[in-house]
Design a protein around this ligand. Structure first.
Ligand code: SF4
Ligand code: FES
Length: 245
């Protein structure tokens, strides 16, 4: 065990943990947009920045990436950090000026408008946090979407902006997206997963017992093959399966 201090509180931590993990374990709020506890940290949004003090010097680091070390002193809300976060929020607001999540977070930090003028699309919702890409790769193990292009043209997309054969319609990307840039809708036996620049439609499986449409056929087939389940395993939905005596 090692001891660090966050905002004056002495805290115990395990080797290899990050500042953000220790802060969360101890109820200390650090804003984040690109972090998820079940995915590898990526350091994209920089909103989780904190000030660390070592050897008489201070510097700003991304708390989701920085591993704790004995005697580390951390400040999560110093004037330096507050200004830094405000600037990051202004940049995000310049990119996604109409997005409600970004507008709300900015407002909570006292940022109502951005001094930056960005050449982005008018209704941009994506902050390029990469959560969707990591969820698809690390949890679903499909890599159906990725971050492509450079500079202002950087975006999340399936290969060649075509509906990807690797996408099974599970919607993990939509669940994990912090800004709602990826959406998912189920209607009349069909699921559509879509973003500003791509979409894919899926046929939903109908439960043989209750008649409800409950999951994309492609997703169920992927799970069935992966777990070596019998061909008729997903003929009934989980609710009906549970109710079978
Ligand atoms: S689509 Fe959503 S999850 Fe994916 S990079 Fe953009 S904001 Fe992040
Ligand atoms: S949460 Fe750490 S950089 Fe985004």
């Amino acid at each position: 065990m090692i001891t660090i201090s966050i905002d004056g509180q002495e805290l115990k931590a395990k080797e290899g943990q990050t500042i953000l993990e220790i802060a969360r374990e101890n109820g200390i709020y650090i804003p984040t947009l690109c972090y998820h506890e079940n995915l590898s940290p990526y350091g994209a949004c920089r909103l989780c920045c904190v000030e660390i003090f070592k050897g008489g010097r201070s510097r700003i680091v991304a708390s989701c990436l920085y591993p704790v070390e004995e005697g580390l002193e951390v400040k999560t809300n110093s004037p330096h950090i507050i200004n830094n976060r405000k600037m990051i929020m202004e940049l995000l607001l310049a990119r996604c000026s109409q997005n409600e999540v970004i507008k709300k977070l900015a407002s909570e930090m006292g940022v109502e408008q951005s001094a930056f003028k960005a050449k982005y699309l008018e209704n941009e919702d994506c902050i390029l946090c990469g959560l969707c890409v990591r969820a698809c790769e690390q949890i679903v193990e499909r890599s159906a979407i990725s971050l492509v292009n450079r500079g202002v043209n950087r975006e999340v997309a399936p290969p060649f902006l075509e509906p990807s054969a690797d996408c099974i319609g599970c919607g993990s990307c939509a669940y994990v997206c912090p800004t709602g840039a990826i959406k998912m809708e189920d209607k009349d036996g069909t699921r559509v997963v879509y973003a500003r620049n791509w979409e894919k439609e899926f046929k939903l499986k109908k439960c043989k017992k209750c008649g409800n449409y409950w999951a994309p056929e492609e997703q169920l087939e992927y799970i069935r093959e992966k777990l070596n389940l019998p061909p008729d395993f997903f003929d009934v939905c989980p609710n009906c399966r549970e109710s079978v005596p």
